[in-house]
Design a protein around this ligand. Structure first.
Ligand SMILES: [Zn+2]
Length: 211
């Protein structure tokens, strides 16, 4: 099933966008990530993976299955972390361990390369053919594909005021978002979606409730 059009990216950060793959559908919670194919569509829509090597890692059927399972575990841990922060508590240690498992997944390697200078290059940068030490970040496993999401969650823990982590105030919406507004009074996941639905509902109530 192509659920591309159902995915929303209003959370303000990847970790909350991942939580928002749960939504209400006819008053019932619906998980939009039901198959590895759903996940690949979501990852692509989110701009992940962003390297050819991770596309390769996530392309084989067993890897895609593992990737889905790992993503669902990560989503569960992010929900626990966010709920803890909103309640003014520290995230459970095992959720921190789970984030660290992904955060430390990718590696850094070094490589000596010969310097090539483009025709318009600055000669003071070095001599053509001179050896330079380059740093390469490489994705070492399927889990590495999820690192940007874990990093987003880690930044929520370390950099975000918990009072700015919100869940949409509309009764039939469970989307999470970061309130980055100046006033700090954002209530809706999206003005064009739930903001307008709330306005319509209020208008309807005023019409049927005589003052
Ligand atoms: Zn909403």
């Amino acid at each position: 099933m192509n659920q591309d059009s159902h995915f929303v990216f209003d959370g303000g950060t990847l970790a909350l966008d991942l939580l928002n793959t749960w939504r209400f559908n006819a008053d019932q919670p619906l998980d939009l990530l039901q198959s590895p194919e759903d996940l690949i569509i979501w990852l692509t829509a989110a701009g992940l993976p962003d390297g050819a090597d991770c596309a390769e890692l996530s392309s084989s059927p067993p890897n895609r299955r593992i990737l889905l399972d790992e993503t669902l575990w990560l989503r569960r841990d992010i929900l626990l972390i966010v709920q803890s922060l909103v309640a003014g508590e520290l995230p459970p240690p095992y959720t921190v361990d789970a984030l660290n498992r992904i955060l430390t997944e990718n590696g850094t390697s070094f490589r000596l390369d010969s310097l090539t200078i483009p025709p318009e290059g600055d000669q003071e940068e070095g001599m053509e053919g001179q050896l330079v030490l380059n740093v390469h970040e490489h994705i070492s496993s399927v889990l590495g594909v999820l690192q940007p999401i874990a990093l987003s969650a880690a930044r929520i823990v370390t950099e975000v005021n918990p009072t700015r982590i919100r869940q949409c105030a509309f009764s039939n919406c469970m989307y999470w978002f970061l309130d980055t507004s100046k006033s700090g009074r954002r209530r809706w996941c999206s003005m064009s979606r739930c903001g307008n639905r709330a306005k319509v509902a209020k208008h309807y109530r005023q019409r049927i409730t005589p003052s």
